[in-house]
Design a protein around this ligand. Structure first.
Ligand SMILES: [Fe+2]
Length: 194
């Protein structure tokens, strides 16, 4: 696997800028830190808008049907757990918000892990049994594929991945759009490629 298999990057356009500014208006470091302090991991869903809750212009410019709009927050100097996104989620369209340029998204494409299903009140996520066994210590090896989400990027969320924000003194925020009926990474990319 190479970067192309897990991340497809797109050029900024007015719609992506509008999306970025809309999501950035929700950001609040103090609130994010307070919320993170209540969770074992330092990586949280900071804001989530479901169908009917997000503005119509978000859907109007896009052919895949948006299921929900989320903002993720990652605390300064933290590393998230290796995971696959909830409910067998295949892909997500991520747009960088403040701090995103200083965190690294890492995918593990060569290592075999056993799945441990983890559920919270908000979502179901799949983490690795291997990392659960050493928790709260983090898996030491960096991913095989690493990238910074510095522009709109379709990410493959069905391959083991994590966010390494250890070199970032700031919170890292990313907007993430999730699609109805869980379409594949390649299919959504074909719809998003101009
Ligand atoms: Fe994820």
């Amino acid at each position: 696997m190479v970067l192309e298999d897990v991340a497809r990057k797109y050029d900024w356009n007015p719609w992506y800028f509008q999306l970025r500014d809309f999501a950035a208006s929700f950001i609040d470091d103090a609130k994010a830190k307070e919320q993170a302090a209540r969770t074992p991991d330092q990586h949280i869903v900071f804001m989530r808008l479901g169908f009917g809750e997000f503005p119509r212009w978000i859907q109007d410019a896009l052919s895949p049907v948006v299921q929900h709009v989320q903002v993720f927050a990652v605390m300064p100097h933290s590393i998230g757990m290796i995971h696959k996104d909830g409910h067998d989620r295949k892909c997500a369209l991520n747009v960088p918000l403040p701090g995103a340029d200083k965190g690294i998204m890492e995918w593990y494409t060569t290592q075999m892990f056993d799945t441990h299903v983890f559920s919270s009140s908000e979502t179901i996520s799949r983490v690795t049994r291997e990392e659960v066994a050493i928790y709260p210590e983090k898996w030491k090896d960096p991913g095989d594929i690493r990238t910074v989400i510095e522009r709109p990027t379709l990410v493959n969320t069905d391959v083991w991945h994590r966010i390494d924000n250890s070199d970032n003194p700031d919170c890292r925020y990313v907007l993430s759009l999730r699609f109805k009926d869980n379409p594949t990474f390649n299919y959504v990319d074909s719809l998003l490629t101009p």
